[in-house]
Structures are given as structure tokens and as C-alpha cells.
Design a binder for this molecule. Structure first.
Ligand SMILES: [Zn+2]
Length: 125
């Protein structure tokens, strides 16, 4: 399970974003995929947003004591999955409704054809 807010030794990799926690000013490193996401500071537990910039080029540098922050993605991922499932259900329902509407239109067209035929008969008869 995810255990946030535990300080850990840094493993800053190439392409990681390194930034300072605005609360405790400790250096944090996170995979660049985490840019813009909310993370939990492993030092003070504060929820902070990962900046979009400052990708590390040299992971051996001065940020060696940075800790990896925990991405708080679980809730967001679950919410998005539920939304996707909901949209898929909606799409299936909409498709069924369109099929029904198509069938109704066919019936109406047949009825119209019959009416036109009857009117033509009446006119000619
Ligand atoms: Zn902090």
C-alpha cells in the first residue's frame, strides 16, 4: 500500500523534477510525469503541487538528499475511471436510443407511405 509522508533517501533520476517544499523548504524530487499533480511532502506531510519546470539534468548534484514525494493519484485515477465507465455506459445507452429512434422513424415512414397510398387511392377513386 502507499505510505505517504515517510522521509526517504533520495533516488533522483534523470528527468525528475526537483523543487522545494513551500512549507518545510526541503528538496523534493519526483518523476517528471508528476508535474502539476498534488503530492504529499515526505518531510512535513503537506499537500503541494508539483511545478511544471526544473527538470533535473544531473541527478548526482546537490539535490542528492532530496526525497521522493508521494503522488496522490489514487483518488484522481479512481474518479477518472468512474467517469470513463459512466461515459461508456452513457454512450451505449445513447446508441440504443438512436437505434430505437431509427426504428420509430422506419415505422413512421411506413405509416406515411400507407397514408399517401390511401390518399392517392381516394383522389383517384
Ligand atoms: Zn514539507
Amino acid at each position: 500500500m502507499n505510505q505517504p509522508a515517510q522521509p526517504q533517501t533520495a533516488v533522483i533520476e534523470d528527468g525528475d523534477i526537483v523543487f522545494d517544499c513551500p512549507s518545510c523548504a526541503k528538496s523534493l524530487g519526483i518523476d517528471y510525469h508528476g508535474a502539476g499533480y498534488l503530492v504529499t511532502c515526505p518531510h512535513c506531510g503537506l499537500e503541494i503541487q508539483v511545478p511544471e519546470v526544473e527538470v533535473v539534468e544531473d541527478p548526482e548534484g546537490h539535490i542528492a538528499d532530496a526525497a521522493h514525494a508521494q503522488i496522490a493519484l489514487d483518488d484522481t485515477t479512481r474518479m477518472l475511471n468512474e467517469k470513463i465507465i459512466g461515459l461508456q455506459k452513457q454512450q451505449a445507452a445513447t446508441r440504443k436510443q438512436f437505434e430505437k429512434i431509427g426504428a420509430e422513424i422506419n415505422e413512421l415512414q411506413k405509416a406515411l407511405d400507407r397514408m399517401v397510398a390511401l390518399l392517392t387511392e381516394a383522389e383517384n377513386g
